[in-house]
Design a protein around this ligand. Structure first.
Ligand code: GLN
Length: 379
């Protein structure tokens, strides 16, 4: 029976509570047995050295940590990110890190600049904090995706508080060049803006390595990262924030504690052990090699089906144009799940036929998806 009290009393902000496009497409994929090139998560198990560390942590590291995180993990991250352990706050995934920063940095009346196409969490998180998300553009031209930095500059107002830079960028895979980042840093300095740098794909690039934003604007950049993305364990929910030197991390950790208190302790311990190992044993190089090969496999397959494909400089996504293709119909009747491009746009301004495909799946899945897509497009 419906509960009339509850129906009346949920707050208006639940209007932001729609099922995410990633959940929708994963649900459709499961329902219809479609190959899931939609939601970006690896199909296989995380690496053995990470799993072994987790097994030995269970039973020895099972109670709360301090909200800022397990000391061993803060130390490992500080070494990895070239900062001090005091500047690190460990969160429940990068999603919670971004949410905590929205709470910490902006509020009603503030404007937050971000690039469209835009990863789906940024707009609602800004709005939940009472702020207004403002869209700068990454535009699609003959050379692929390019940020419109002049356009971004024109969007700055006295109310602009922060600039959100996702690099490598989801969904386009654009890797902002050092020059582009330098220009953003200079603009942020001139207008006194915070920079939130979502760098969860920092180890996943296929050409030039992305420059960490905090190298260019150390005094104002909050860097967000993810063990789930780096170590292929997206369900573990271990993320982090590196707070600019000279600012107070306890204030950030103090907001994160109201949401989750701390991230799961045994998983923090496992990531602490695995981060230096991943560097020592060449895990990230291997990841780049594997994913680079899969990216090229998928891209050439899509091109031979006649699709326009835009190669990413980083991330595990590529974008393509498939005019007339309906991703929901494709998942239900064609056996392949992809993400519709308009999910990354606020006002239906997506390039016609834009889709995003994840290639962090086994080559056999990619080949099966291509085969099914070919049959579907023939119909
Ligand atoms: N980052 C992943 C993607 O873009 C998953 C996002 C999510 O489901 N929250 O596909």
């Amino acid at each position: 029976m419906p509960n009339p009290v509850q129906a009346r009393q949920l707050h208006a902000r639940t209007s932001l509570a729609a099922e995410s496009v990633f959940s929708v497409m994963s649900r459709l994929a499961a329902q219809h047995g479609a190959v899931n090139l939609g939601q970006g998560f690896p199909a296989g198990a995380p690496p053995e050295f990470l799993l072994a560390a987790a097994h030995s942590a269970l039973g020895t590291a099972d109670q709360y940590t301090a909200p800022a995180g397990l000391p061993a993990l803060r130390e490992a991250l500080a070494a990895d990110l070239n900062t001090s352990p005091e500047q690190i706050v460990v969160t429940c995934g990068a999603t919670e890190a971004m949410h905590t920063l929205a709470d910490a940095l902006y509020g009603p009346g503030d404007e937050v600049l971000m690039f469209e196409p835009v990863f789906d969490i940024y707009r609602p998180q800004a709005m939940l904090a009472g702020a207004v998300p403002v869209m700068a553009r990454l535009t699609l031209g003959a050379e692929g995706w390019q940020p419109d930095l002049d356009g971004l500059e024109r969007l700055v107002t006295p109310r602009t508080r922060a600039l959100l830079v996702n690099n490598p960028h989801n969904p386009t895979g654009h890797v902002f060049s050092r020059a582009e980042l330098g220009r953003l840093a200079e603009l942020a300095r001139r207008h006194d803006l915070w920079i939130v740098a979502d760098e969860v794909y920092d180890e996943l690039y296929f050409g030039e390595a992305p420059t960490p934003m905090r190298e260019l604007a150390p005094e104002r950049t909050f860097t967000v990262g993810s063990a789930g993305k780096r170590l292929e364990a997206t369900g573990w929910r271990i993320g982090w924030i590196a707070v600019p030197e000279g600012l107070s991390p306890p204030q950030v950790a103090g907001l994160h504690q109201w949401a989750t208190f701390c991230a799961p302790t045994p998983l923090q311990a496992a990531v602490a052990a695995a981060l230096p190992l991943a560097r020592e044993n060449g895990f990230y190089q291997e990841l780049r090699r594997n994913y680079g090969a899969r990216m090229r496999l998928l891209a050439s397959g899509l091109r031979s089906l006649g699709l326009e494909v835009y190669l990413p400089g980083g991330s595990y996504f590529l974008t393509a144009l498939a005019p007339g293709l309906d991703p929901v119909h494709l998942a239900e009747h064609g056996g392949v799940a992809v993400i519709p491009g308009d999910a990354f746009y606020a006002e239906g301004t997506a390039p016609a036929g834009l889709i995003r495909l994840a290639f962090c799946k086994p080559p056999s899945d990619l080949l099966l998806a291509l085969e099914r897509l070919e049959r579907y497009l023939e119909r």
